[in-house]
Design a protein around this ligand. Structure first.
Ligand code: ATR
Length: 288
């Protein structure tokens, strides 16, 4: 694609940003759909965030992805925030609609789409979620509407309990406890789906998993949000135990597809975006 005076821009902002995979997937999508668009990455330090957001309006940048450490603080500078942003106090996507900046959070929806896109139904199921950080919170917010039971385990148990207390309006059976080996073993006995939303297993600690392989059984589905490596120890163990699995690239992909659809108003070419991500990840590591 030739960059010209008619080319529109989308971008990701974060700090650090060098290893982002967002340009890889979005530029592949733009190219595939022959859109006159380009996706860039900008390192924005926290003290420059407000200026950067003003720059989005000034330069007519169509859309932004927002990553660490700005997901929370960027919400202060938005004109509008959707329900997920208001609940999570965090946005990963901004749409510039004629100078009006609208914030969205596609992390939770991305996780659920990754599950459904890989043939895993969540409606009426019992889910064990490991972690209570930003990603886990977004996933829990989306899952709570559809699943029957949700158990959230976190090393810092009060953080998990606080998450449960704000999910209470959904009226489902949602519980929290400290993340211990015993708790995981016990909860897995009657869970349909296990989601690792902690960073355990991420490179360079690729030999680590919170779950003893003996606790994994056929009939259990397993999703890991860690995508570097693409196959974590948890995913390898789950495959060996004949569980259905969804790796972290799928969540990365579907949260990106969600952003793409908000900016462009058309369906994201997920197969093209997945291929671009996997090709990039087979070479080097990266982060959103
Ligand atoms: P993200 O935005 O990716 O969710 P985060 O908000 O820093 O990142 O959350 C990281 C999650 O991984 C947290 O749930 C964290 O547990 P704590 O809240 O107790 O810190 C979890 N985590 C990280 N390292 C862990 C470990 N070695 N064992 C268990 N949980 C771990």
């Amino acid at each position: 694609m030739e960059v010209s005076g008619r080319t529109h821009v989308c971008a990701v902002i974060g700090d650090p940003i060098e290893h982002t995979l967002s340009p890889t997937m979005h530029n592949a999508a733009f190219e595939h759909l022959k859109l006159n668009m380009v996706f860039l990455a900008f390192r924005v330090t926290p003290d420059q965030l407000e200026h950067a957001v003003k720059g989005v309006r000034a330069l007519g940048i169509r859309g932004l992805n927002v990553t660490m450490p700005h997901k929370n603080s960027v919400t202060m500078f938005l004109d509008e925030a959707d329900a997920s942003v208001r609940f999570l106090h965090a946005a990963n996507t901004i749409l510039n609609q004629d100078g009006r900046l609208r914030g969205f959070n596609t992390d939770g929806v991305g996780a659920v789409k990754a599950l459904k896109g890989n043939g895993i139904e969540i409606s009426g199921k019992k889910v064990l979620l490991l972690g209570a950080g930003g990603a886990a919170k977004a996933i829990a917010f989306t899952l709570a509407r559809e699943v029957d039971e949700l158990c959230i385990l976190n090393r810092d148990a009060p953080k998990a309990r606080e998450l449960v207390s704000i999910l209470e309006p959904w009226g489902k059976k949602i519980v929290a406890d400290e993340l211990t080996a015993n708790q995981i073993r016990e909860q897995l006995q009657n869970s349909d789906l296990l989601i690792n939303a902690t960073s355990v297993g991420m490179a360079p600690n690729t030999h680590e998993s919170l779950v003893n392989p003996h606790w994994l059984k056929p009939g259990l589905s397993v999703m890991d949000i860690v995508y570097n490596p693409v196959e974590t120890k948890l995913i390898r163990d789950a495959k060996a135990a004949d569980c259905k699995t969804v790796n972290g690239v799928e969540m990365l992909l579907y949260q990106g597809a969600g952003s793409f659809e908000i900016w462009m108003g058309c369906k994201a070419p997920v197969d093209v975006m997945r291929a671009a991500l996997l090709e990039k990840l087979s070479g080097t590591g990266g982060a959103v």
